[in-house]
Each structure stands twice: as structure tokens, then as C-alpha cells.
Design a protein around this ligand. Structure first.
Ligand code: GSH
Length: 220
């Protein structure tokens, strides 16, 4: 099977969940990182300059033996099935993981500036509204934190979302927490995520895994 994972050259969770899943599972893949010129070509034609189809003209995109598909969740599940990080046969655990990926997607979408939000002051007040008491980001973080808490893993040494084992659910949470801690999201304080102890528990457990450290040493 010839797998190409196409994204930009940065470690955002939408791509990292699948890149790391394949790396963790020792599944060979081409880690394609495109330039802004290549992305302009995608926007204009729906393909990369080498002809690879990008069906939604947005990334990530996975090409498997010449068949391309987009959407973070679909790609992550495909990669997770290959690498053993998405359950095979336990539909409840699959749905629990899907729920996490969908919340991470909602969170990512809610942070994007709405059309016509121009100027520093408007952008600042938009982003600040997200983490007020009932702001969209706060609500998503609270939901995710309580979902992890309900999984009842908090007394274990290492905190993983499903059955004491690493899964796509952990990689999604790790990626989102890393992003919010990194300071790259304008007007969202990096300390915000400190309020969510269960999410930090997962983040710390995943960060300690040697294969994850190896990936970061190589690629970040
Ligand atoms: N629904 C898609 C959204 C993908 C998306 O918005 N990707 C961003 C990069 S993180 C992108 O390609 N933005 C450029 C654009 O849409 O023009 C998913 O879940 O993967």
C-alpha cells in the first residue's frame, strides 16, 4: 500500500494525529509537506502540481494507492485502523474516540475568525469571547475534560482515554492541548488549558511515550 499524507509544514493536530499514528504503528508513508505555492495550485485546480487530487481543496489529505480523501476524522480513523490505535470490533470505544475527534474539530473551527472580523481589536474581542464562562471554547474544553474524567482513568499512573492504552482519542487531545499551550493562537492565553486537569493528564502521559518523543525530535 502506498500512502502519502499531505499537509503544510507544521505540526498541527489535524495532521499530527495521523502522521503520529502511522509512525507509531511503523506503517511506511510519505510525509508530504507542501509549500504555499503548491497550495495556491490546489486552490486553483483541485490538484497538487504532480496531479494528486485534493478533493475538498483543504488539508490534510491522504492518498492511498492513488485514491485521495480529505477530512481530519476520516483520515485519522483510516490511519488508526492500520496502526492499531483505533479499535477493531469495539463499536462503543470507536464512538467514544469519534466523539473526542469531533469535539477537537469543533474547537478548532470555533477559533477561526468569522468572515469580516477585521482589525486587531475585533479579533481580540472575538477570541476573548471564546473563553468567557459560556464561551464556545470553554464549553468544548469543559465537555472534553469531563468526558475524560468519566472514563475513570484518573487514578492510574498513566492516563489514557480507552482501557489504559494509547488511542486516537489520546493523540487528538494531546495535539489540541499542545496547540493551546504553544502560544500560536493569538489572544488565547497559554494558561487557559491549565484549568483542565484531565486533559493535561492525557497530555503528560502521551508526551512521555518514547515513540512520541522520537517523532518530535525528528520532526518538530
Ligand atoms: N473539515 C476539514 C477542514 C480542513 C481545513 O480547514 N484545513 C485547513 C488547514 S488546518 C485548510 O486547508 N485551510 C485552507 C483552506 O481551507 O483554504 C477537516 O476536518 O479536515
Amino acid at each position: 500500500m502506498k500512502i502519502k499524507l499531505i499537509y503544510f509544514n507544521f505540526p498541527f493536530w489535524r495532521a499530527e494525529i495521523s502522521r503520529i499514528s502511522l509512525f507509531y504503528g511503523n506503517i511506511p508513508f510519505e510525509d508530504v509537506r507542501i509549500s504555499s505555492d503548491d497550495f495556491a495550485h490546489v486552490k486553483a485546480t483541485g490538484t497538487l502540481p504532480d496531479g494528486t487530487v485534493i478533493p475538498t481543496k483543504a488539508l490534510p489529505c491522504l492518498s492511498v494507492d492513488g485514491v485521495s480523501f480529505c477530512q481530519t476524522g476520516a483520515i485519522a480513523r483510516f490511519c488508526g485502523k492500520l496502526s492499531g490505535l483505533y479499535p477493531n470490533g469495539n463499536n462503543v470505544n470507536c464512538a467514544l474516540i469519534d466523539q473526542v475527534i469531533d469535539i477537537c474539530t469543533d474547537m478548532t473551527n470555533c477559533i477561526s475568525y468569522p468572515i469580516n472580523t477585521e482589525g486587531e481589536a475585533n479579533r481580540k474581542s472575538f477570541r476573548e469571547s471564546l473563553f468567557e464562562k459560556d464561551g464556545k471554547l470553554s464549553k468544548n474544553l469543559e465537555s472534553l475534560d469531563s468526558i475524560v474524567e468519566r472514563q475513570n482513568c484518573t487514578t492510574k499512573d498513566a492516563l489514557f482515554f480507552i482501557d489504559d492504552n494509547l488511542s486516537l482519542g489520546d493523540l487528538a487531545i494531546w495535539g489540541i492541548v499542545k496547540w493551546l499551550k504553544s502560544g500560536v493562537v493569538d489572544f488565547i492565553p497559554t494558561s487557559l488549558i491549565d484549568n483542565y486537569s484531565h486533559l493535561n493528564g492525557i497530555f503528560n502521559s502521551v508526551s512521555k511515550i518514547s515513540r512520541i518523543k522520537e517523532w518530535q525530535d525528528k520532526k518538530h
